[in-house]
Design a protein around this ligand. Structure first.
Ligand SMILES: [Fe+2]
Ligand SMILES: [Fe+2]
Length: 296
């Protein structure tokens, strides 16, 4: 299995070949790869071809890499095998479908899955100093959990924030600032979210990029840009998720140079816009959702 060349440490050293003045980072999210659906894999192949043509310096996956890794850790190894070795370095973050979610009774945090995630994808949180920026990748699934892993992340976060004065960009599976309705599970636990935002206030936070909602959106709050990256795999129908942003599939490109950033949407050729209602064979709970529950 391909090893992540940047993996293994929570504080990540930039690869020597990174240009210190300019960095291009491809962002993808919510691939929901499953051994039981070949079309989801086809969407990943479209993204892989886009990356191959684009040749960014780094790829970041914002989580929900797998469809059901939280219940079946073997799906994480399957997803890693599908992703294999993209045409650039890659960093991952876990999503609720990969390792579960703090405080969610129907998908609790699974330590087995977190261990399997780390074996397959490397660190679940990381800090990267590059092109005059600090980029922090957070394990949003731990936010609000009282356990040791969550406490270790808080300590790591305090240390990482104190270790740089560079402009800051944060990446997280879940969005950190509410926008529109707050269905259960969309945002981290309110107390943990506030604690995090208070800590970030000490720094020059410029942007937060997240996945998870399967919608594409950008807004400003407290001087920072908050961007929801779309899913690579599928959208969630309006019948079970109120539209807030654009319901499309796609990817994003982040460009960094000292003190400047741009974040743009990308539409890799060949991506099929699928819909969660087509995926009942992977998510049987969709049948119940049709009857009134709301998706994140
Ligand atoms: Fe997702
Ligand atoms: Fe998610």
């Amino acid at each position: 299995m391909a090893r992540n060349p940047l993996a293994g440490f929570a504080i990540v050293a930039p690869a020597a070949r990174f240009d210190p003045r300019h960095m291009r980072i491809a962002l993808v999210s919510d691939t929901h790869l499953s051994p039981n659906d070949a079309l989801l894999e086809q969407n990943w192949r479209a993204v892989a071809a886009w990356i191959e043509a684009l040749r960014p310096d780094l790829l970041v996956h914002l989580g929900d890499i797998s469809a059901n890794g939280a219940h079946d850790p073997a799906e994480l190894a399957h997803a890693r095998a599908v992703i294999a070795a993209p045409a650039c370095d890659v960093l991952f973050l876990p999503g609720n479908h990969d390792i579960g979610d703090a405080g969610a009774p129907d998908e609790p945090l699974e330590s087995r899955s977190l261990a399997a995630y780390r074996r397959a994808f490397g660190p679940d949180r990381w800090s990267l100093q590059t092109a005059g920026w600090q980029l922090l990748g957070l394990n949003a699934q731990l936010l609000g959990d009282p356990g040791e892993e969550a406490q270790a992340q808080w300590a790591w976060l305090a240390e990482s924030l104190a270790g740089s004065e560079a402009p800051l960009g944060v990446m997280s599976h879940k969005p950190l600032r509410p926008y529109g309705p707050e269905p259960p599970g969309r945002y981290p636990d309110p107390a943990a979210r506030q604690r995090l935002l208070d800590m970030l206030r000490a720094r020059d936070l410029r942007f937060v990029v997240s996945g998870h909602t399967h919608q594409s959106l950008g807004f400003r709050a407290a001087g920072a840009r908050h961007v929801w990256a779309p899913s690579v795999a599928f959208v969630i129908p309006d019948a079970i998720q109120a539209p807030v942003g654009a319901k499309r599939v796609g990817a994003m490109l982040l460009e960094l140079s000292p003190a400047r950033f741009t974040l743009r949407s990308a539409a890799p050729a060949g991506l099929a816009r699928r819909d969660l209602f087509e995926l009942e064979h992977i998510y049987p709970q969709v049948r119940d959702m049709r009857r009134g529950a709301e998706a994140p």
